[in-house]
Design a protein around this ligand. Structure first.
Ligand code: DQA
Length: 148
């Protein structure tokens, strides 16, 4: 099983970017978190990582995932979550189960109500928010469970 873990704008600097909101761990911590959350069920799972600050590149990567036969997507689209109809349209046709992830609890950021709105939310199988990097591992667990 191959899972694409995809991050959008400003998520390349995880660990450095506003650690009070996004934590101090980088994506390199994810394999260990996946092992901790999923245990043996993640054995043999191929995690492929991708990050881009550019909407078009993210779309191209999602289309490539379809061609490659990727089995599941964990997507933190960053701010594009709240604005990108193009990402929503892409998820609607590529036919790969996708879990939307946010490191912060976007619903609790009441000073910025736009963060509560997700344009991609209608095209994903579920949303995980507020658990830091562990949320990505929970998303992997959800994809594995769904396939079992
Ligand atoms: C985020 C939340 C978004 O609102 C924000 O634009 C991000 C990160 C999160 O992981 O909490 O870049 O997706």
């Amino acid at each position: 099983m191959r899972i694409l873990v995809m991050n959008g704008p400003n998520l390349g600097a995880l660990g450095e970017r506003q650690p009070e909101i996004y934590g101090s761990q980088g994506m390199d911590a994810l394999p260990a978190l996946v092992r901790a959350v999923c245990g043996g069920s993640a054995d043999g799972v191929d995690l492929v990582f991708y990050q881009s600050n550019h909407e078009g590149e993210l779309l191209d990567r999602l289309e490539a995932a379809r061609r490659e036969g990727v089995d599941g997507i964990v997507l933190n689209a960053g701010a594009l979550t709240h604005t990108s109809l193009a990402l929503a349209d892409c998820l609607a046709w590529i036919g790969i189960p996708c879990v939307e992830v946010h490191i912060s609890n976007v619903f609790a950021r009441t000073d910025q109500p736009l963060r509560r709105q997700s344009l991609i939310g209608g095209q994903v199988i579920g949303v995980i928010a507020g658990f830091g990097l562990t949320g990505y591992a929970l998303a992997v667990a959800a994809l594995l469970q769904r396939r079992a």
